[in-house]
Ligand binder design. Structure first.
Ligand code: HEM
Ligand SMILES: *[C@@H]1O[C@H](CO)[C@@H](O)[C@H](O)[C@H]1NC(C)=O
Ligand SMILES: *[C@@H]1O[C@H](CO)[C@@H](O)[C@H](O)[C@H]1NC(C)=O
Ligand SMILES: *[C@@H]1O[C@H](CO)[C@@H](O)[C@H](O)[C@H]1NC(C)=O
Length: 324
């Protein structure tokens, strides 16, 4: 009797360990063994055509995972413009991110054995790992086995993505909903080491902080002057600036060094240093790139597990831009 209970508990334990994440490192080992190198080659080719491939893909993955889980729902297009990507919150997701996944999917499907075997959600996860490595960041093993979602609505984006004027409590609350800690959130914010932002996301900090005609006091004055030159009042909406002014094309820990100097672009960036509760972690990542990279990989792996659909849930989308 006792031994039966013991075995039962052991089984329960093993089950929870094995299937907690539901994803597996070698998920396509038999169905499409070369999926990683096929995706990597397609992403590299696209990256060599345009740098924006990298920030656009990285941000696309984040937005996908935070809305309905990492299920490629962000890639779905509807003729009536009612899907996730049509929400104002899409904040100009650069088209090159979408294009990267479409191209990698085409490359995978051109290998006869692989056709319609690999989900768009997994291709996005792999492409994201590849662009981080291509820009000088860490590489890491990607868990696979995500299935693609069949629902994508503009409405579902509301309240699911962080806003650039968020403070620490709001950031922590939103990331905690997805099982991500403050340290994960800070490490993931390090993604702002590459890419660009349109002026409207921080112009209030420059011109009307707290609705008054003044500047956010946590800004480094020299940096603020530079931003004012690049983003004068009523600037063309299409103008974008480097998010990491020192090295916007390299994935490194310069983002955290910038925060120490008051050179964070958004409130949500600068607050990580201003707030004493998160400052220690910023200082650690600023002083130790290895510590940042390790934390980033841990956090990306957790991000990649958010709300995933597996086994018989969802589908393997044939065309990443529309449900089967
Ligand atoms: C912590 C809360 C976050 C906020 C408030 C935030 C907000 C923003 C905003 C407003 C932009 C500018 C978009 C534009 O004007 O085109 C941006 C860009 C970007 N974000 Fe975030 N973000 C956050 C976290 C993240 C995370 C977790 C990642 C990825 C792991 C990420 C990756 C990026 C990238 C790579 C860009 C550059 C996009 C490009 O150049 O096309 N962000 N973010
Ligand atoms: C938009 O199109 C989708 C499918 O393409 C449909 O399910 C949805 O009901 C349409 N929404 C509106 C508001 O017409
Ligand atoms: C983002 O949303 C705006 C409208 O809110 C839309 O005009 C734009 O085309 C969308 N961008 C993408 C890449 O879907
Ligand atoms: C940097 O962080 C890594 C990883 O956490 C650690 O092993 C290493 O000792 C740290 N280096 C220094 C100089 O503190």
């Amino acid at each position: 009797m006792k031994i039966q209970i013991f075995l039962f508990l052991l089984l329960l334990l093993l089950h929870s360990i094995c299937c907690f994440a539901q994803l597996h490192l070698n998920f396509y080992q038999n169905s499409c063994p070369n999926v990683e190198s096929i995706v990597r080659a397609a992403v590299k080719q696209k990256f060599e055509q345009t740098f924006v491939t990298a920030p656009a893909t990285l941000r696309l993955f984040f937005h996908d995972c935070f809305v309905r889980g990492c299920d490629a729902s962000v890639l779905i297009q509807t003729n009536n413009h009612t899907s996730e990507k049509d929400n104002a919150e899409n904040l100009s997701l650069a088209g090159d991110g979408f294009d990267t996944v479409i191209k990698a999917k085409a490359a995978v499907d051109s290998v006869p054995g692989c056709k319609n075997k690999v989900s768009c959600a997994d291709i996005l996860a792999l492409a994201t790992r590849d662009v981080v490595a291509l820009t000088g960041g860490p590489s890491y093993a990607v868990e696979l086995g995500r299935r693609d979602g069949r629902i994508s609505t503009r409405k579902s984006v509301r309240h699911h993505l962080p806003k650039p004027d968020f403070g620490l409590n709001q950031l922590n609350a939103m990331f905690a909903k997805h099982g991500l800690t403050q340290t994960d959130m800070i490490a993931l914010s390090g993604a702002h080491t590459i890419g660009f932002s349109h002026c409207k996301h921080f112009s209030k900090r420059l011109y009307s902080f707290h609705s008054k005609n003044r500047i956010d006091p946590t800004f480094n004055p020299t940096y603020a002057d530079e931003l004012k030159r690049e983003c004068p009042r009523n600037v063309d909406q299409r103008i974008a600036v480097d998010m990491d002014l020192m090295s916007s094309f390299t994935f490194d820990n310069m983002y955290f060094k910038n925060l120490q100097m008051g050179k964070g672009l958004f409130t949500s960036d600068q607050v990580l240093f201003t707030d004493p509760r998160s400052r220690k972690t910023v200082n650690l990542f600023a002083s130790n790139n290895t510590a940042f990279e390790q934390a980033f990989v841990v956090a990306m792996t957790k991000l990649g597990r958010v709300g995933v659909k597996t086994k018989n849930q969802g589908e393997i989308r044939i065309d990443c831009a529309s449900v089967n």
